[in-house]
Design a protein around this ligand. Sequence first.
Ligand code: FAD
Length: 284
Amino acid sequence: ARIGDLLAAKRTLSFEFFPPKTNQARLTLGKTVGDLEALEPDFVSITYGAGGSDRHRTGDVVGWMRDETTLEPMAHLTCQGHTRTEVASLLVDYRKRGVANILALGGDAPADGTAGKSDYTYALDLLHDVAASQSFSIGVAAHPEVHPRSESRAADRRHLADKMRLADFAITQFFFEVEHYERLVDEMAALGIDKPIVPGIMPITNKAQISRMAEMSGAALPTWLVDRLGYVDDPVHVRRLGIELASKLCNDLIAAGAPGLHIYTLNRSATAKEIVANLELATV
Ligand code: FAD
């Protein structure tokens, strides 16, 4: 199924995974996918390593999901570090494997300077090529708190609007307050964009990890959140607080009219399951 069509029909529930690198991690993902399949998500997505480092791993996971599970997979694809020829051959592979959905991303240059030759700079360049293949429902990334490399908030929104005119939907970077999402949706509406913007939710399960990820993504950890995390140290309590906050954010987003909820799982099922159990609308 095409995610664009799914979003037109109902509020979606989706989960994000990353491709495992070790046998142990493969077993964990297999178990996680089995657990979460029972929740009947509308689709799932598989990330892609910057510069193509996970090229085959992403394709393998997506292909396995199509063949062996009931899940509808979306393959992430980042374009920095890729040539047009490489992207064309990846798209042919995905089409052959029956993959119907691609998240078209810019990606980041690898920190170690090992970037290969690149025919692309921005996600929009890739989007043109994916759209030209006429084979996929296409999503793009949105950054509620503005992407760290944007010249300004207005420029960030203009570039996103350019992407959304070609894509079917957007999925957001994570954030911790519903106001960031509402403001993004309003700003896109002011630019004439009313396609679905699905919020991405990152449950906090580990204090050091969430600080690191927030810094990389440009998401702010609000003072009230830092304060509340300051009161807990024991990992069990951190996780419980993370589930409570993510569940509240999801319910706030449903009330704000979000067209779907996309939960970052970090390849674990327990947290995502508890959050879904806490959702207030059976229609999710
Ligand atoms: P772009 O849309 O290219 O934007 C990047 C920056 O360039 C922005 O600041 C934008 O404002 C600016 N810009 C765009 N066009 C122009 C222009 N013409 N002139 C000047 N500036 C411009 N990373 C991975 O490596 N693998 C993944 O699987 C992955 N999945 C993700 C999933 C989601 C839902 C999200 C939100 C992010 C994901 N990322 C992933 C991270 C993403 O690759 C980085 O955030 C990356 O830095 C930006 O990607 P983008 O697609 O938003 O890029």
